[in-house]
Design a protein around this ligand. Structure first.
Ligand SMILES: [Mg+2]
Length: 311
């Protein structure tokens, strides 16, 4: 087993690395392995986007309170956007955070998204992984995820995306990286947290694809690779389950699924990082990733303040 500090550092650094390496490919229809390897080898500094910015804000919130205080969290997300609105936020998220920053109650702002149906985008899922570090058990991780989604994702699929990713991060954080991952058991436990036939079907399809060793293109076709939560969270879980022991390989797989590459890789990276700890991060990456020091600082605060912690 790895300790709680290493779990927390691995989770946040993995999330950050996925965001940073995925961002240059965001929106691509296809991504070749050579292009990802070239980016790995350039040595250029890499910037993070909205995924890490909001995950850091959520991690700081949990380190401070040990729980979700929704009114405060809504303001903190809006403040995070307002401080650096150029970090690649989607138009819907920018509009939402602008309204909250202007004083519109989050309940109303979140409900009004997408003509009144609420957002089912992956924005609540991409930032939620730190919930795994403050959760006592899988059910608590799901509850923290639901609460953290409230200020922005009123549609059930937006919320379930956060529940799925937080549950996956919690399960990943429980594991001993020295023991081979049982993917069937992992998907079964995760499926139980999701009271939705659509989401359960999707995880079942991921299990089938794993048995058939489907590559990134086919997995993206069958699981999705878009900005909607149901089209990206199962894809991220799949990338993790394909490469649970090697962050670079996991991110390469996630990015080769194309589409919403920064968010899918950020979610997958959080899972591999939580399982393996920071040792899975190639050493040169620490200096290349904008925000790496912030990730470590937040991880250490979370590991100390989370009472039960991930273990
Ligand atoms: Mg982004």
């Amino acid at each position: 087993m790895i300790g709680s500090v290493d779990t927390a550092r691995g989770l946040l650094l993995g999330l950050l690395a996925g965001d940073c390496f995925g961002a240059p490919f965001e929106g691509a229809a296809t991504v070749g392995e050579a292009a990802v390897r070239t980016l790995e080898q350039t040595g250029e500094p890499l910037r993070y986007t909205d995924d890490s910015a909001l995950a850091f804000a959520f991690a700081a919130h949990l380190a401070e309170h040990g729980e979700v205080r929704v009114d405060r969290l809504a303001r903190e997300f809006a403040d995070t956007w307002r401080a650096q609105p150029w970090r690649g936020y989607g138009a819907g998220a920018a509009r939402l955070f602008a309204r909250i920053a202007e004083g519109t109650p989050w309940e109303q702002a979140a409900r009004d998204q997408f003509g009144g149906s609420g957002s089912y985008g992956n924005g609540a899922a991409m930032r939620v992984a730190p919930a795994a570090l403050a959760a006592r058990d899988l059910g608590h991780a799901a509850e923290l995820a639901r609460q953290s989604a409230l200020p922005s994702h009123a549609h059930e699929d937006g919320t379930l995306g956060a529940v799925c990713q937080a549950g996956a991060a919690f399960l990943a954080a429980q594991q001993d990286p020295g023991i081979q991952l049982d993917t069937t058991e992992f998907l079964g436990a995760l499926s139980e947290t999701l009271a939705s036939a659509r989401w359960r079907d999707s995880l079942e399809r991921a299990g089938t694809l794993l048995r058939e060793e489907a590559g990134p293109e086919r997995a993206a076709r069958e699981l999705g690779n878009g900005v909607a939560a149901p089209d990206s969270v199962p894809a991220a879980v799949y990338a993790f389950l394909r490469e649970p022991d090697d962050l670079a390989a996991c991110l390469r797989f996630a990015i080769r699924m194309a589409g919403d590459t920064d968010t899918i890789a950020a979610m997958a990276g959080a899972l591999t990082g939580a399982r393996c700890g920071p040792a899975t991060l190639p050493v040169p990456w620490h200096a290349r990733l904008e925000g790496a020091e912030r990730a470590v600082e937040l991880a250490d605060r979370l590991a100390v303040t989370s009472s039960g912690g991930a273990r």
